[in-house]
Design a protein around this ligand. Structure first.
Ligand code: MN
Length: 498
């Protein structure tokens, strides 16, 4: 479900025919070694595919167009081993439409002091050739990632690995389809937005369905399928009856199991990867989808509450970007709910009514069944847990009326100081960088929402690079944020992004 395609990245080395056959053979041999070694490093989430050295305008143009046409190619990594006159790259770059990396490296790590001569310099002149190439990419205003350093250095390979996930996010953004089974919550501003513009900018398809169509798919799920899933829940999670009758409790859980199966079948049949619901618009559904939505998020679906399709798409995007990550700590929708303002212990309690993804859970997960304080349905079953400790990013994509802005805040997740036995929801607790006061002030000045798409497994750089590729503003709230400078960033954004 998470990612269907087996993406690859092309490695294209630039040179020219001025240096002779022998030199070009060396160029090709070197780049093949580099590609092999980087693939063998075990650090890259996707394979790099070596391509023959690009030495002419025609070949460069042809290669970039082949990259466009190859469905599995998620981007091209370019590197100038020698000098490659950059006018020969113009037409190819003009026609290229996928993510681009400029790896500024060289084959040898150290200058061979004893043996270096003019032939060596002509063969190994990335410092020279990469500047010529970089110039034309900048002059053409093409968005690309520049990574500098020796190709065998783990830090450098790690930067390539990180960018690969951004590139896959860029590629997959235009395959995100969000199903709305409810409109935006009445009168709420920040969850609204221009869906047509979102499709133009991000490639997202956002469609509405009457809630009872999906409710019919839920009621079509058989009792035996439902009961089998309930058994799975009872195996996997702790059951917290809290004084409720065991049989009655199980009936409530079964409602969620039936919703999970019905929703998943409906989403699969209609090819959607994200969904929004609204507690005030449930049609014939007996409960607000809680446990059901939590499980769908765990499987890789995006979700937004109260009609929040932007968060649904962002959660899906971020789950795709982290696909297959070893030791991933999780990605979820969250909501800024309430503060702890005790000095030295400041932080935001993150929760929602129900819908928090269990991928962020730390330790055991339990099922509770409690009334909702809103809406008019049965008490919904939900998974409760507390989230992991560690660094993460909280993102909010907002529509400013004439354009989008992505707000990215580095946050430090902690354990809440004490258990909260009466709170029937999953929770996280974090302190935003640089501290609660500046972080929250900057967030509010930027217009950030109460819903966020959160991940432990992505960085602000990755999300900012994705935003740049989409042509939208990204603002960063992190350890370096000062309100005076931050306001200037926002002012610059007003001028630049129109
Ligand atoms: Mn909400």
């Amino acid at each position: 479900m998470l990612l269907a395609k087996k993406y690859k990245f092309w490695f294209c080395t630039g040179s020219q025919d001025l240096y002779g056959e022998e030199c070009l053979n060396e160029v090709a041999r070197h780049s093949q070694i580099m590609v092999d070694e980087m693939n063998k490093s075990g650090l890259l989430p996707y394979e790099i595919v070596w391509k023959p050295t690009l030495i002419t305008n025609e070949l460069i143009r042809k290669t970039f167009n082949e990259a466009n046409a190859d469905e599995e190619c998620a981007g091209v990594i370019t590197w100038m081993h020698t000098f490659s006159p950059a006018k020969s790259w113009i037409l190819g770059l003009q026609e290229y439409r996928k993510p681009l990396m400029h790896l500024h490296t060289q084959f040898n790590q150290e200058i061979p002091y004893d043996s270096i001569d003019m032939d060596f310099m002509n063969e190994n002149q990335s410092a020279h050739g990469d500047r010529e190439y970089g110039h034309i990419v900048s002059r053409m205003r093409i968005e690309r990632k520049v990574v500098v350093g020796h190709w065998a250095d783990e830090v450098v390979v790690g930067k390539i690995a990180s960018w690969m996930r951004t590139a896959v996010g860029i590629m997959e953004s235009s395959h995100i389809r969000v199903m709305r089974v409810a409109d935006n919550m009445r009168n709420v501003a920040v969850t609204e937005g221009d869906k047509v513009e979102a499709q133009i900018k991000f490639g997202w398809e956002v469609d509405a369905y009457p809630v009872n169509e999906i409710a019919e798919a839920v009621s079509a799920v058989s009792a035996s399928d439902t009961n089998a899933l309930v058994d799975e829940y009872y195996d996997k999670y702790n059951i917290l009856l809290e004084g409720r009758d065991a049989a009655e409790f199980k009936k409530h859980v079964a409602v969620q199991a039936q919703i999970e199966l019905g929703f998943e079948r409906f989403l699969q049949e209609k090819n959607y990867q994200a969904i929004v619901t609204h507690f005030g618009d449930l049609g014939s559904l007996k409960q607000l989808p809680g446990l059901a939505i939590q499980r769908l998020m765990e499987k890789g679906y995006g979700f937004g509450a109260e009609g929040d399709w932007k968060v649904a798409a962002m959660v899906r995007l971020m789950k795709v970007m982290t696909a297959g990550m070893k030791d991933a700590k999780g990605t979820s929708m969250l909501e800024d709910y309430t503060y702890n303002l005790v000095p030295e212990k400041e932080g935001i309690l993150e929760a929602h009514m129900l819908e928090i993804c269990p991928t962020i859970a730390d330790g055991p997960i339990s099922i509770k069944c409690q009334p909702l304080s809103m809406g008019d349905r049965e008490d919904p079953a939900r998974l409760v847990f507390t989230a992991k400790e560690g660094k993460g990013i909280a993102t909010s994509l907002i529509d400013l009326g004439n354009r989008f802005r992505l707000i990215i805040n580095d946050v430090n997740c902690k354990k809440a100081e004490q258990p909260m036995p009466k709170l029937p929801t999953a929770t996280a607790f974090w302190t935003p960088e640089p501290n609660l006061y500046t972080g929250a002030e900057a967030w509010i000045l930027a217009g950030g929402a109460h819903h966020t798409a959160f991940s432990y497994d992505l960085t602000a750089e990755q999300m900012g690079d994705w935003a740049a590729a989409m042509g939208i503003e990204a603002v960063y709230i992190d350890k370096d944020t000062k309100i005076r400078d931050f306001k200037k960033d926002l002012m610059l954004g007003e001028i630049f992004y129109r």
